[in-house]
Structure formats: structure tokens, C-alpha cells
Design a binder for this molecule. Structure first.
Ligand code: CUA
Length: 346
């Protein structure tokens, strides 16, 4: 029998190769276990109808990938045995055509068909009469306007609350560059394009607090452009929306009253609105109920007086590139008073 000469592999290099394969497998399994199978920002811990479908697709693809990878690893080990017979040489050619062209084409076509079949569902519009929420991407925060089917609009920022089990339609716009609206736990992402309105319908299936992010590089503070998402039972949601519709509460504590005075005299109202006061700026986030939000600075700082003070004092350090000027020139007690006032706006 004729022998085909192939580079010989000794026992040690074969063992080394096997160790490499085993190491890569363990590392990738460990990494994927560590990297976000759970948590408020995980697409693999779905809390929405669309996210459930996407997670199913992911797991099917993951299993397929592992099977293909195991087959390839097996073939690699087999190919390293050393000398080959002529018959095996012909088999190898078949394998190249089959494994290199036919099998990948079949697998990718099946995945394409499966993925395309999901799309009508993922891009479906919410039924007539659903709650609509306009979200506008700004550098680098989120302008949010609730448009309930009955009742007046409510404007807020950097936080979205949703009624459990109801389809909600987001109408997405951008005022400057392309952003992308993504709540991984609830569904897929959708680009926000200047001059266009894109739509995304989401249906939360589990109550909880989740995190949304901008998924398209949009400038210096792109990575600091997040928001909180709270899914709550319908009655609780209705009460919350009603509370958001009301004007800002009057401050009662002396320090908060002083803070309101400082807020109104230092020009904050040129950019921010606080309904119920003379502040009616529209450039920056509406602060009418800022004290009740989960976070400040578009999802980057805890909503507590010290963090609010730090934000106002050094916006440029907390969020490099931010358009809000810093107010580090104000006396510390005024900064503390403004922070106390804003925190009181629940
Ligand atoms: Cu907005 Cu990235």
C-alpha cells in the first residue's frame, strides 16, 4: 500500500494540541458563564416576549456551534495521526468539499430561514390603542415622552417604566447623531436615526428592574448613555404615570427651599424644566420628578444627594464630553442645597 508523506506529529505536539483544544473549550465555556447569563442587562435572562425568542435563537446557535466545533476538533486530532493511505487521501478531498462547502451552506441556510421567520414577530407593531412612548436619543441621555391612549402626555428622562404583560410601542428618534435603543432583557435593539422615526414594540413578561443602553457609538460619552427600565403591575404603573403627570412637589425643608432659589437664579432653568416652577428649559432632561428616578446622569450615578452634588459640581469629570457645563464655581453650600432640592422632587 502506497504511503502519502505528511509532516509527522510526535506524541508531545499531539498532546500539546489536545491540551490547547481542551483549554480553549473550558475558557470559552467559563467566559460565557461569567459574562452575563444573568442580571438586569442580560439578553440571556429574558423578561420580554421578543427577548425570549432571541435567547432561544442564541441557544440554538450556541449548540450548533459547539457541535461543529467538536467535529472540527475531532477531525484535527484524526488528521494528526501521521502517515495516510491513498484511500484516506481521496476521503480527505471529499471531506473538504463536504465539510468546507456543503455542510456550512446547509447550516447557514437553515439558520437564515429560522432567523428570517422570526422577523415578522420581532418587528410587529403594537395593537391599536396601545401605550406609545417616544424616546429621543440625545448626546448623551434619553428624552422620554409617554403618550397614553387616554390622558395627557408626560415628559420625563432617562427612565422608562412599563406595565407588565402589555405591548408598548416605542417611537424612536434622534436629535443629533445615530443612537441605538436597546433593553437587552426585553428585546432587540433599534437604531435611532436623525430625521426618521423607527419603531419597536416590546412586551415585558416579568416584573423587575432592568437596564437599557445605547448600542451604537455616538460620541465621547456613548458608554455613559444608559437608562433604567422598571416593569411593574398595571395598577402600580397607572399610579406611577399619574404621579409623573403632576407638577413638582413644593420643597418643605429649609435647605431644599434654598436649593430651589439657587436653581432658579443660577440659570439651570435655561436648560431644564421643573413643571410647577418658572423653570421651563427644554435643552436638557426634564427634572420635575427627578428625585424619584433610579439613577441620575443617564444611568451612571446613584440618585442620592451627594451624587447629585458631585454631578452638578463636575459634570465634565463624571461624564467627559457632556454638554451640561459644570458648576464647580458655586459655593459648596449652594451645590448641596440644589442637590437636596432635586432629590426632594419625587
Ligand atoms: Cu448614544 Cu451611543
Amino acid at each position: 500500500m502506497r504511503r502519502i508523506l505528511l509532516p509527522p506529529f510526535d506524541r508531545e505536539s499531539l498532546l500539546g494540541m489536545l491540551q490547547g483544544i481542551a483549554g480553549a473549550t473550558i475558557a470559552s465555556l467559563g467566559l460565557s458563564a461569567l459574562l452575563g447569563c444573568e442580571g438586569p442587562q442580560s439578553a440571556l435572562d429574558p423578561a420580554g416576549r421578543a427577548a425570549e425568542q432571541i435567547a432561544r435563537l442564541f441557544w440554538k446557535m450556541a449548540v450548533g456551534t459547539v457541535l461543529v466545533w467538536l467535529a472540527m476538533a475531532g477531525l484535527t486530532v484524526y488528521a494528526m495521526r501521521g502517515a495516510r493511505t491513498a484511500k484516506e487521501g481521496r476521503l480527505a478531498k471529499l471531506l473538504i468539499i463536504g465539510g468546507g462547502a456543503i455542510v456550512p451552506t446547509a447550516i447557514l441556510t437553515a439558520l437564515l430561514v429560522y432567523g428570517l421567520a422570526m422577523m415578522p414577530n420581532l418587528l410587529a407593531r403594537a395593537p391599536e390603542g396601545s401605550l406609545k412612548i417616544d424616546v429621543t436619543g440625545e448626546q448623551w441621555w434619553w428624552r422620554v415622552r409617554y403618550r397614553p391612549p387616554n390622558g395627557t402626555d408626560v415628559v420625563l428622562a432617562n427612565e422608562i417604566r412599563l406595565p407588565l404583560g402589555e405591548m408598548v410601542e416605542f417611537q424612536l428618534e434622534s436629535s443629533d447623531v445615530i443612537h441605538s435603543f436597546w433593553i437587552p432583557a426585553l428585546g432587540g435593539k433599534m437604531d435611532m436615526i436623525p430625521g426618521r422615526t423607527t419603531r419597536l414594540a416590546l412586551e415585558p413578561t416579568r416584573p423587575g428592574v432592568f437596564r437599557g443602553v445605547c448600542a451604537e457609538y455616538c460620541g465621547t460619552a456613548h458608554a455613559l448613555m444608559a437608562f433604567s427600565v422598571v416593569v411593574m403591575p398595571k395598577e402600580e404603573f397607572d399610579r406611577w404615570l399619574d404621579a409623573q403627570r403632576s407638577t413638582a412637589p413644593e420643597p418643605t425643608e429649609a435647605v431644599a427651599i434654598q436649593g430651589r432659589e439657587a436653581f432658579l437664579t443660577h440659570g439651570c432653568s435655561a436648560c431644564h424644566a421643573i413643571r410647577g416652577t418658572s423653570a421651563d428649559g427644554v435643552i436638557g432632561p426634564d427634572l420635575t420628578h427627578v428625585g424619584s428616578r433610579m439613577s441620575i446622569g443617564a444611568g451612571i450615578l446613584a440618585n442620592e444627594p451627594e451624587a447629585i452634588r458631585r454631578w452638578i459640581e463636575s459634570t465634565n469629570k463624571v461624564k467627559p464630553g457632556v454638554q451640561m457645563p459644570h458648576f464647580g464655581m458655586l459655593p459648596p453650600e449652594e451645590l448641596r442645597a440644589i442637590a437636596a432640592y432635586l432629590k426632594s422632587l419625587e
